[in-house]
Structure formats: C-alpha cells, structure tokens
Design a protein around this ligand. Structure first.
Ligand code: ZN
Ligand code: ZN
Length: 364
C-alpha cells in the first residue's frame, strides 16, 4: 500500500474547487488531520496555506527537513524567533493576492486568531472549519485499506485479551495489553485510549479503565480501535465473565437487535438521522429508549470522530466510500450496560462490516 502523490494532488484541486465555491482566495489549515489529508504527511505544530497560486507548508526546524523531502511540489518554510507564522501568512497573502482567507475556527486559538487578524491588513478572514472535513467523508481506496488494516489488528488484539479476562483481572491490565498488542502488530497505536469497563462501570459509556477487578457475572464492555498510517478503526463488544443472567441476556438482545437492524439498513442515500432513528425505534420498542444515551455512531477516518455524525441532528445522506460506526447502547445506572459497535464501509448496495468479531453474547 503506497500513498500516491498524484492522489494528494487531486485533493489539492478538490480543496481549490471548494474554496472558489465559498468565495475564498485561500485557506490556512491548522487542523492536523486536514493537513495530513491534503499533504499526505502527518506532523505537529505546522500549518498549511493554500491558494490558486500555490501551496506552502509552514513548520519549524524539527520537521522542516523531513517535510521538504516527503512533500515534493510543496514550498516549505520554517518559523523562527525572527520570523513567525503571522509573518509568513502575511507575506504569502500579499504575494498570492489573497483578499479573503478561510481558517479553521475549531482548530485555532483565540490568541493566534487575534494575532493573525491584527497582522493581516486588507485580508478578510472567514471561518470555514468544515470545508476539508467534508472532503474527507468519502474515502479513497488507499484510505479504506488503511482503515481495514487497523480494524483487523484491533480484532486480533481483542481476541488476544479475551483469553486473559477472568475474575481478579483489573480493567487497566486489559487496557494496557490492548495497547501493547496493537503496537506489536505494527500499528501507530490505539485510535483512542481503550475503554475497559467492568461490572457497574459498564453503565458509563466513556468509563476510564481503573483498578476494579473483574468478577463472575460482570458485563465487561471493551471499546477500542487501532490507528494505522494515521487512519482509525473503532469497535465495541460487551462480554460476560462467567454466565449471563436473564436480565443481561435481555438487555444484550435489545442492543444486538437494534445494531443488526441499523447495519442492515445502511445504504447510499439514507440520511444519518434516519439511520439513527432505526436503532432508536428498535430500542424504544423494547422499553429501553431512555437508556440509549448517545447518538448511533460517527464517521471514522483520520479522526476517531469525524463527519458524518450518525445522529438525529445530521441530515447528510450516506455515500459509497463513507466509513461510519453503528454503536447503539443501553445503560442502566448502578447495574451495567451493553454497547455493540462495528465500523462499516458504505458500499453501492449496503455496507461492508470491517470489524469482524462475532456479536453473539460471549460468556467467558
Ligand atoms: Zn468505539
Ligand atoms: Zn465509536
């Protein structure tokens, strides 16, 4: 799997088309995922300025050399104590005749914005934080391959830790093992800190793994993912230590039924809000509507949570190549909870489930 430079070139043209449509002469990117998407290079503390006249990477001495080498076709400049980001941005706005400059309002500090606004005379700055994010929704084959590979490694790590889970094992031990297994498999690492929530903790959708020792009869929810070449996967399974009781089986079935219904419904043209509703109706019909606390899912890619959000507030229609999660859950405070999550790729006629761990209730 080689990242092809020409694809990144296509991305530049797509960004330019969006900029023209938005009436912008250029855009300053500060979102590191967007910077990686547009340049093919993932870095920190860097910015990109793009206009119809050219594209420049603004970085510092730590990354200058490698960016120059890895990003042919880009101008690369280096900030220093004498020359700041604002100086370069002002210089390029002048040279490239940028009068309206887009910026990513959700990835810039108030301080930096004020500094730029102050320094850029005659340049109108416009918040356009979603332009590149929208372009990231439909993935290229290379990106899909990376996400599939991340999902496969996460599946393997999950199967590995399943063998270690028994009464007396602490949540954080399992979380640490997941991290180790993913690194050992050649992943960048986790796509987010794993959630390992046992017993009553499983009623908290975003529980942090702690000292709690698993006990017979506990639900354990593991929500985890891998990152490979910048791309994330995301999966949740809930298992039982020992034997499940009747209530656990019932709640599990409520969630699994909703999850399967939603996965079966995925197809191009379906709006995210309608997909969310399918799972919500299914859980509601079983009397647990109040206990499904979050949206059904989210887009996955360079960020673990990205567009489209699969929630009642999102009317984006699914398209082939989008990658989303389907993760309904039912949470009963003080008792526990169940969440089942797959990452799926939207295809021409449905979806491809790339998280392949079986979904029946596993009793360990
Ligand atoms: Zn997850
Ligand atoms: Zn998720």
């Amino acid at each position: 799997m080689m990242q092809d430079v020409c694809v990144v070139d296509t991305t530049y043209h797509k960004v330019m088309r969006e900029l023209r449509q938005a009436g912008l002469d250029g855009i300053l990117l500060s979102d590191l995922a967007n910077i990686g998407f547009v340049s093919g290079f993932f870095t920190e503390d860097s910015f990109i300025l793009i206009s119809g006249q050219g594209k420049v990477f603004i970085t510092d001495s730590r990354y200058y050399e490698v960016i120059e080498k890895k990003c042919p076709g880009w101008q690369v400049v280096c900030v220093s104590t004498q020359k700041h980001l604002k100086d370069y941005v002002a210089e390029y706005c002048k040279t490239w005749n940028i009068k309206t400059l887009g910026f990513e309002e959700d990835k810039i500090t108030q301080g930096l914005f004020a500094e730029l606004a102050d320094h850029l005379s005659g340049v109108d700055m416009k918040p356009v934080g979603t332009i590149v994010k929208h372009l990231r929704m439909v993935k290229r084959p290379y990106e899909l391959d990376c996400i599939r590979r991340a999902a496969r490694a996460a599946d393997d790590a999950f199967l590995h830790v399943l063998k270690l889970m028994k009464p007396g094992v602490r949540e954080y031990e399992i979380a640490a093992e997941i991290q180790y297994q993913l690194k050992k498999a050649g992943m960048d690492g986790e796509s987010f800190p794993s959630i390992v929530a046992a017993g009553a903790h499983s009623s908290r959708p975003h529980a942090v793994p702690g000292e709690y020792k698993m006990q017979a009869g506990d639900f354990v929810t593991i929500d985890m993912g891998a990152k490979y070449r910048g791309y994330c996967s995301d999966m949740t399974r809930t298992v039982v230590i020992g034997t499940a009781d009747a209530k656990q089986k019932e709640v599990y079935d409520v969630v699994l039924t909703a999850q399967k219904k939603a996965v079966a419904a995925v197809k191009p043209g379906l709006r995210c809000c309608d997909l969310d509703q399918i799972a919500r109706d299914s859980i509601g019909a079983r009397g647990y509507g109040e206990n499904f606390l979050h949206s059904l899912g989210h887009g996955v890619g360079l960020d673990i949570h990205e567009l489209p959000t699969v929630s009642k507030n999102c009317d984006i229609a699914l398209e082939p190549g989008m990658v989303i999660t389907i993760e309904p859950g039912v949470y009963l405070p003080g008792w526990g909870g169940v969440r089942i999550e797959d990452t799926v790729i939207v295809t021409e006629d449905g979806c491809e489930i790339i998280t392949k761990i079986p979904k029946y209730l596993v009793e360990l």
